[in-house]
Design a protein around this ligand. Structure first.
Ligand SMILES: C[S@@+](CC[C@H](N)C(=O)[O-])C[C@H]1O[C@@H](n2cnc3c(N)ncnc32)[C@H](O)[C@@H]1O
Length: 283
């Protein structure tokens, strides 16, 4: 059977390299190359771009990214069993695929990448969320990446793009939307993966904004949103009491009713609150 890139079908690759999915590595593979090419297209024009891919596994998404014209893909994979399959792809795309064997949480990929850089990944959800938070909270902004195209459990994807007023809205939404444009671009049912996970999935696209949507000090904003959402059912005058001796006055100055709860407050008002707290003497 031929495939869109002329390499063997992924089912055959997996069988030949005995890549039985390991649960502890969160392995749910995408084997449909039309689907992986479609995900790769969501990452935008890749022809002049280096792509950082985390967790390539047998290489379904990697092949999608290369077939869609990525200038260079740097793939970091923890499971050594996947390396022979990835080496075959590297051979088919000379000079365009570099594979690093290791834990993406411990490797600094920057030395291997040339800007502009985009990131794409279908990762175990716990690793994905931790990396997302790191990518969204660098020391300086704009970050090293232009866009993130990431597969998440549907419920996590909904938390990233959530607007005020619902259960999904919280720190992750504020963090993502403060300095990036975040949207869900694809929904995938469990059967899209082998083996099928228990949950539905979605691809989230995040494009870095040149500067934050509203000015605020990142550390103060983080402190305010942590305090507000750690006790999300309390009124803000109670949950934020430790941040200022007269928190009610500061809330009112920010246009926030002191009796409101965190999930009712939009990003702009959280940023105003963070600015006022940064100016005011600490309680
Ligand atoms: C959900 S599978 C996806 C594989 C492939 N991208 C696909 O779409 O078919 C997640 C992949 O991430 C790898 N992985 C898990 N934890 C990792 C980590 N900390 N660093 C790098 N890769 C990791 C797994 O071995 C696995 O290959």
């Amino acid at each position: 059977m031929s495939t869109i890139d002329g390499l063997p079908p992924l089912r055959e690759v997996i069988a030949r390299h005995e890549l039985r999915a390991k649960k502890q590595l969160g392995q749910n593979f995408l084997l449909d190359l039309n689907l992986t090419a479609k995900i790769a297209r969501q990452a935008g024009d890749l022809s002049q771009t280096d792509v950082l891919e985390i967790g390539p596994g047998p290489g379904g998404l990697t092949r999608g990214l290369l077939a869609e014209g990525a200038r260079h893909v740097l793939a970091i994979e923890k499971d050594g069993r996947a390396l022979p399959a990835l080496a075959e792809i590297a051979e088919a795309y000379p000079g365009r695929l570099t594979v690093l064997h290791g834990d993406a949480l411990e490797i600094d990929p920057l030395v291997h990448l040339t800007p502009p850089i985009r990131i794409a990944a279908n990762l175990p959800y716990n690793v994905g969320t931790e990396l997302l938070i790191r990518w969204l909270t660098p020391k300086d902004w704009p970050p090293f990446w232009q866009s993130l195209t990431l597969m998440f459990q549907k419920e996590v994807a909904e938390r990233i793009v959530a607007k005020p007023g619902g259960k999904a809205y919280g720190r992750l939404a504020l963090l993502a939307q403060w300095r990036a444009e975040a949207k869900i671009v694809m929904a995938l049912p469990p059967e899209a993966f082998v083996p099928a996970p228990k949950v539905h999935s979605a691809v989230v696209s995040l494009t870095a904004l040149p500067q934050p949507r509203y000015p605020a000090d990142p550390a103060v904003l983080s402190r305010v949103t942590a305090a507000a959402f750690n006790q999300r059912r309390k009124m803000l005058r109670a949950s934020l009491r430790g941040l200022h001796p007269d928190i009610e006055a500061v809330l009112e100055a920010a246009g926030i009713p002191p009796t409101a709860r965190a999930e009712e407050i939009d990003l702009e008002r959280f940023c105003t609150l963070a600015r006022l707290l940064a100016e005011a003497p600490r309680g």
